[in-house]
Ligand binder design. Structure first.
Ligand SMILES: Cc1cc2nc3c(=O)[nH]c(=O)nc-3n(C[C@H](O)[C@H](O)[C@H](O)COP(=O)(O)OP(=O)(O)OC[C@H]3O[C@@H](n4cnc5c(N)ncnc54)[C@H](O)[C@@H]3O)c2cc1C
Length: 310
């Protein structure tokens, strides 16, 4: 096998990709992972990862992710800090174009995750990094004595509003739906935190501010009235868009743009698998993505051993 040829290439260095690569290497496969400069994906910026087995008090992403990377490297996984740009089928596997060059793989595991959605309202792009953020643990400490708005009402929005409440004087959660949708445990904790207020049925129409964020314009969906809420920062957690475009020419994505897989995480293309948030039916929790990574690597190994796919 030449230098740029691998038995298994994993695209994506989140917890799904790190676990897939670790598992593939432990199975004796020559494995490469194409990832961003610092592996970890979403987990990297989460102050306290809840619900991950073995850590009843939670664990921070900046502790867990390097441990997962080191474990994979100790098994012989090669890391290339370069993203997959395009993939095509080759005679015995795939040709993968990455930012830094071209690779061959007999099996490819897509663990490219998903990106947090934008609100797509006036002011958002201009004020990104000037008060508009996706990272509560990074920007929360700068909000002492200030007001933060969190947009969304699911797990991520509620969890990150709790992170922000440790720093900001007040946190306003704006949810478009009539109710919050996050886990009961987060809803209870948010309800008990006096610095957080929740307003349902509110749609953000614009982010206000000249140089930095000064507030948001919201519409009350029940009355149709708009009003301006002063705030120094806006954190947006309104869902995710899967990073699956690079395989869209080879397989038909599902209605949400995710990669359809069977129970063994195999796509309809022999040798191509998907794990974590990029695949159809992903559970959206870190442990589920890690489990996917391990299962996908097992299935890829089996394919390389006996050539059977369906
Ligand atoms: C705010 C927030 C809080 C959360 N809190 C928790 C929690 O407490 N507990 C919990 O269990 N879960 C939590 N989650 C969910 C958890 O983070 C995800 O389920 C998990 O991280 C998904 O892992 P993944 O590897 O599938 O995807 P990701 O974390 O999205 O990782 C995918 C990686 O692939 C990279 N990538 C994308 N495209 C390419 C490409 N073309 N080439 C190479 N690399 C690429 C991305 O940059 C990223 O590094 C939270 C999520 C958010 C947003």
């Amino acid at each position: 096998m030449s230098n740029n040829e691998y038995e298994i290439i994993v695209a994506g260095g989140g917890i799904a990709g790190l676990t897939a690569a670790l598992t593939a290497a432990r199975l004796g496969r020559k494995t490469l992972i194409l990832s961003g400069a610092v592996p970890g994906g979403h987990l990297l910026s989460i102050e306290r990862i809840d619900g991950y087995p073995g850590f009843p008090e939670g664990i921070s992403g900046y502790e867990l992710c390097p441990m997962a990377q080191e474990a994979a490297m100790a098994e012989g996984v090669e890391f290339v800090p370069s993203e997959l740009i395009a993939v095509t089928r080759a005679e015995s596997g795939f040709t993968i174009q990455a930012e830094n060059g071209s690779y061959r793989a007999r099996s490819l595991i897509m663990a490219t995750g998903a990106s947090l959605k934008e609100l797509d309202v006036p002011g958002e792009t201009a004020l990104r990094g000037k008060g508009v953020s996706h990272c509560a643990s990074c920007d929360g400490p700068m909000l002492r004595g200030k007001t933060a708005v969190v947009v969304g009402g699911g797990d991520s929005a509620l969890q990150e509003s709790l992170t922000l409440a440790a720093h900001a004087a007040s946190v306003i959660v704006l949810q478009k739906d009539a109710q919050l949708t996050g886990q009961a445990v987060y809803q209870r904790q948010v309800g008990e935190q006096t610095r957080i207020s929740v307003r349902c049925g509110m749609q953000v129409e614009a982010i206000l501010g000249a140089q930095v964020v000064s507030g948001v314009r919201v519409r009350n969906l029940a009355t149709g009235e708009t009003s301006d809420l002063p705030a120094e920062a806006v954190f947006i957690y309104i869902g995710m868009t899967p990073n699956s475009g690079s395989v869209a020419k080879m397989i038909t994505l599902d209605e949400n743009g995710r990669i359809p897989v069977d129970a063994m995480l195999r796509t309809t293309v022999p040798g191509l698998l998907a794990a974590g948030l990029a695949r159809s039916g992903a559970a959206g929790r870190a442990v589920a993505s890690a489990g996917d990574g391990a299962a996908a690597a097992q299935a890829a190994d089996r394919f390389l051993r006996n050539g059977e796919w369906q």
